[in-house]
Write a protein that binds this ligand. Structure first.
Ligand SMILES: *Cc1c(COP(=O)(O)O)cnc(C)c1O
Length: 361
């Protein structure tokens, strides 16, 4: 068996320990005589798996009392609709349009009310987080929405926008569990699990209870997307992604056992720092995100030509470095350095970039 260095943007690398542990339990989970895949979601055994998953996440992220934790399906994309349906009580909300997923969320929200643009970086091809100083939300906005880490463009918010006391809603799909997060600064945070938290098919959604206790803002909200009902049913209004949630639980334990989020953040900045340092002195490769907006996870870069980019990507594969092709919208390269990508992987990538640059000087 030989494992590659996997820089895929999602679904993405998972910790080897997690995969091995799941494999060892595949035929018989904890003496139950069956796989978690085969287990009723209403069984005592499964409820224990679910409860442990939630409790571990609450410890790792220090989620305060007052917040509901939901494990949903439909990806981050379904919540682009779920968020306005649940929270747009005034008929309007403000969106920071900082990349492809933020724009999609903004466009989806327009189906349900007025979605204002609070700030945008589209005019510079989303190469940065816009300047936030002096900006305030619209007076009647129900919430302010951000995509905290822009997976395709390689940018990340470090400062949060001023919300004048309105709830901040954040898509944290590609920076979830990569660093500590002060949950209390948000009304709602959510993440598709397939970047840093587990397999595709699970969305983790953390919402301040008082924002949903009156039920959804819009009567047309499907029962499945009703955060109040989901919270009351313990994310089991219907059959949840039982196996996916179990795998997320294993990842949460792995984060805790490897030192928690502060240690994770330190390792992650060291990892991407190797790439950013290389890019800053390279004559051939150019980082595409403005330095002050750089992501902790997704490092985007390019050579002068698409042909050379393609050559770089195919040459990487021969060295066991995969998933470095940029998103189809922007081309170039992207190395997604999520939690489970080891430092040796980034070292191998940087070494290959050096070789490639010397060969193409
Ligand atoms: C991957 C990603 C999405 C889309 O997630 P799906 O689960 O495929 O719907 C949305 N937002 C961000 C920030 C992402 O990285």
């Amino acid at each position: 068996m030989s494992r590659v260095y996997n820089f895929s943007a999602g679904p993405a690398a998972l910790p080897e320990e997690v995969l091995k542990s799941a494999a060892s339990e595949m035929l018989d989970y904890a003496g139950s005589g069956m796989s978690v895949l085969e287990m009723s979601h209403r069984s005592k055994e499964y409820q224990a798996v679910f409860d442990d998953t939630e409790a571990t996440l609450r410890r790792v992220l220090s989620i305060p009392e007052g917040y509901d934790v939901l494990f949903l399906q439909g990806g981050a994309t379904l919540e682009f609709a779920g968020i306005p349906m649940n929270l747009m009580r005034t008929g309007s909300a403000d969106y920071l349009v900082t990349g492809n997923f933020a724009k999609k969320a903004w466009q989806e929200a327009k189906k349900y009310g007025t979605a204002n643009v609070y700030a945008s970086s589209e005019d510079t091809s989303f190469d940065r987080i816009p300047e936030l100083a002096g900006l305030h939300p619209s007076a009647d906005a129900s919430y302010v929405y951000i995509c905290q880490n822009n997976t395709i463009f390689g940018t990340m918010f470090t400062d949060l926008p001023e919300t004048d006391g309105k709830p901040l809603v954040a898509d944290v799909s590609s920076c979830f569990l990569s660093r500590p997060l002060d949950v209390e600064r948000y009304g709602l945070i959510y993440a598709g699990a397939q970047k840093n938290a587990g397999p595709a098919g699970v969305t983790v959604l953390i919402v301040r209870h008082d924002l949903v206790e009156d039920g959804p803002a819009l009567d047309c909200c499907p029962t499945y997307l009703d955060y109040k009902k989901q919270a009351k049913a313990g994310s089991m209004l219907n059959t949840p992604n039982t196996f996916g949630i179990y795998l997320c639980g294993k990842v949460f334990h792995w984060v805790e056992e490897t030192g928690g989020l502060e240690a994770m953040e330190r390792r992650n900045w060291e990892k991407v720092g190797l790439l950013y340092d290389y890019l800053d002195q390279s004559e051939l490769f150019k980082g595409t995100a403005q330095p002050e907006s750089r992501s902790i996870a997704n490092v985007t870069f390019r050579t002068p030509t698409p042909e050379l980019d393609a050559e770089f990507v195919s040459g990487a594969k021969l060295k066991g470095i995969v998933g470095v092709k940029g998103h189809r919208l922007v081309g170039g390269m992207r190395a997604s350095c999520y939690n489970a990508v080891p430092r040796e992987g980034i070292e191998a990538l940087v070494a290959y970039m050096g070789e490639f640059e010397r060969a193409n000087a």
